[in-house]
Design a protein around this ligand. Structure first.
Ligand code: FUB
Length: 457
C-alpha cells in the first residue's frame, strides 16, 4: 500500500513538473485548430477554428471560430467565439480554416464553409474590431467551387492583395482594394503543382502529383515570397515553397515540421508571424488530454530563418515559447481568461455584459500567468467574481503550483453566479518578475465565476 501511495505521489510530481514547463498547446480550455496569427498595433491576434468537445459521426465537428490575443506570446487572452458559420446565412456548417487581415481601418476575415445548397465556398466577414462584431461582408460567398477551403490572405508592399486557397488544387485571386471582391479580368488562377514548385508525392502518388495538400499560408519576408502548407497526404507534415514574385513560379523548399506521429492529429496547419524581431511557427496537434484528429490544439515554436532565407527543420516541443516577449503589468485590469497554462477550467461569455469569464472552477483547478512584473511589490489583490455561495477561495502562489503563498482571497457570495463584485485580500511582499499561479480551493464544484483581477500597490 505504501509503495502504491509513493508511486502515485511520484507520478503527481512528474506530471506537475512536466506541466510547470509546458506552454504547448497554448490553449487548454477548448480544442483549437488551424491557427491564423495576425500582428496589429503591438498585439498578436490569434484566430483559430474550433473542434467541438463532442465529435459527431467521427468527422470534423466545427461550428465557430475563436480569437485569442497576446502582447507577450505566452499569456493568451480569450475573446471567445467571435463568428459562427450561422453568421453566413447561406452556410450549413463546417467552420474550417480561415485568416484575418487589417486594411484601411477594417478587419477582413476569409473563411471556408459549406453552402446550404451543397459545395464548398469561401466567405468574407468584416469588422471594425479585431475581436468582435464580424458580419458577412457581401451576404453571399466570395468564391465557390470544389475544394475551395483554407484561404490565406496577404497584402503586398504595392498594395495588391492576394488570396490563395485550396485542396487538392491550389488557386489564387487578386483581391480588389475593397477586399470583398476580386479582379475578374485575371479571374481564378490555378497554380501548377509542378515537381519543381511543390516536389513529388511520395505516398499515394497516383492520387496527387505533388506534396501540396491544403492549408496554405502566404507571406513575404525581405524580397522573398513564401507558401507554407501541410504536405504529403495524411498524416500531414509541413513544407514550404518560395518565389521571387507573389504569383510564382514556385520553388520547393523542404519539410519544415515532420509528421507528428505521437500526438494524434492526422492534419497539421501552419501560421507564421514575426513579432518583436522573433519568428514564430504556429501549428496544431492532438496533445491536449482527450485530443486527437478531430480534437486538435494550437501550438507555437519560435525559430530563426537561415541566413539564405531558407526555413530550418522545426521540432515540436512541449515547452514552446520559453522567453516571453514582454512582462505582464498586474497593476492594470487583467482578464481572468488571460492564461499561460490552466487546468480544469472553461471560459464562457456573459450574455448580459458580453464579457468573457472563467467558470467550471473546482477544487485544485488553477491558472498560471507568466512573467508578471510585481515591480517593488503590491499590498492587495483584487478579483471581480460572482458566486452563488461562499465556498471557494483563490490562493496566490509564486513561481509554481506549490510555491510561496502570497495571499488568499476568500470569495464571498454575491448572491448569484452572474452578479459581479470586486473582492480584495492582502498579499505578502514580493518584488520583481515572477510567474503567478491562481489556485482555486474549496468544497464542491463550480465554486464561483471569475472575470478579472489586478494588484494594488
Ligand atoms: O480544420 C479542418 C480542416 O483540417 C482544415 O480546413 C484543414 O486545413 C485541416 O486542418
Amino acid at each position: 500500500m505504501q509503495k502504491k501511495i509513493f508511486g502515485i505521489a511520484l507520478l503527481t510530481c512528474i506530471l506537475s513538473a512536466l506541466y510547470s514547463f509546458a506552454q504547448n498547446p497554448i490553449i487548454q480550455t477548448y480544442y483549437t485548430a488551424d491557427p491564423a496569427p495576425m500582428v496589429h498595433n503591438g498585439t498578436v491576434y490569434l484566430y483559430t477554428s474550433h473542434d467541438e468537445d463532442v465529435t459527431v459521426k467521427n468527422f470534423f465537428t466545427m461550428n465557430d471560430w475563436r480569437c485569442y490575443s497576446s502582447k507577450d506570446m505566452v499569456n493568451w487572452t480569450d475573446h471567445g467565439a467571435i463568428l459562427s458559420y450561422k453568421d453566413f446565412s447561406w452556410s450549413r456548417g463546417d467552420a474550417w480554416a480561415g485568416q484575418c487581415i487589417f486594411r484601411n481601418g477594417k478587419f477582413y476575415y476569409y473563411l471556408p464553409v459549406n453552402q446550404k445548397n451543397g459545395g464548398n465556398a469561401i466567405g468574407v466577414a468584416v469588422s471594425d474590431s479585431p475581436t468582435s462584431g464580424f458580419k458577412d461582408a457581401i451576404g453571399k460567398p466570395l468564391l465557390t467551387g470544389f475544394g475551395y477551403i483554407d484561404p490565406t490572405v496577404f497584402i503586398d508592399d504595392d498594395g495588391q492583395a492576394y488570396l490563395y486557397w485550396g485542396n487538392p488544387e491550389l488557386y489564387y485571386v487578386k483581391l480588389n482594394k475593397d477586399m470583398i471582391s476580386y479582379d475578374e479580368k485575371v479571374g481564378i488562377v490555378k497554380v501548377p503543382l509542378t515537381k519543381q514548385g511543390f516536389s513529388v508525392r511520395k505516398k499515394d502518388a497516383d492520387k496527387r502529383p505533388s506534396e501540396y495538400e491544403e492549408g496554405p499560408w502566404f507571406f513575404k519576408r525581405k524580397s522573398k515570397y513564401y507558401l507554407l502548407y501541410p504536405a504529403g497526404g495524411v498524416p500531414e507534415h509541413l513544407a514550404y515553397s518560395t518565389s521571387d514574385g507573389p504569383t510564382g513560379p514556385w520553388l520547393y523548399g523542404d519539410t519544415i515540421m515532420k509528421v507528428i506521429e505521437d500526438r494524434g492529429a492526422f492534419t497539421n496547419h501552419p501560421g507564421y508571424i514575426d513579432f518583436k524581431g522573433q519568428s514564430y511557427l504556429f501549428y496544431h496537434d492532438g496533445s491536449l488530454p482527450g485530443g486527437g484528429g478531430f480534437k486538435r490544439s494550437v501550438c507555437i515554436e519560435p525559430f530563426s530563418f537561415n541566413a539564405d532565407g531558407s526555413i530550418p527543420r522545426i521540432n515540436r516541443t512541449r515547452s514552446g515559447v520559453l522567453k516571453s516577449a514582454a512582462n505582464l503589468d498586474p497593476f492594470k485590469r487583467v482578464e481572468a481568461e488571460t492564461i499561460a497554462w490552466s487546468e480544469g477550467i472553461k471560459t464562457f461569455k456573459d450574455s448580459l455584459t458580453g464579457n468573457i469569464y472563467v467558470s467550471n472552477i473546482d477544487n485544485g483547478d488553477y491558472i498560471k500567468i507568466r512573467s508578471v512584473d510585481f515591480g517593488k511589490g503590491a499590498s492587495k489583490f483584487e478579483a471581480t467574481v460572482a458566486a452563488q455561495s461562499s465556498k471557494g477561495n483563490i490562493e496566490l502562489r509564486a513561481d509554481s503550483l506549490n510555491g510561496k503563498l502570497l495571499g488568499n482571497l476568500e470569495v464571498k457570495s454575491t448572491n448569484s453566479a452572474h452578479d459581479w463584485k470586486a473582492q480584495l485580500c492582502k498579499i505578502n511582499q514580493i518584488a520583481g518578475v515572477h510567474d503567478l499561479y491562481l489556485v482555486f480551493k474549496g468544497e464542491g464544484s463550480n465554486l464561483f465565476n471569475f472575470d478579472s483581477w489586478r494588484l494594488i500597490r
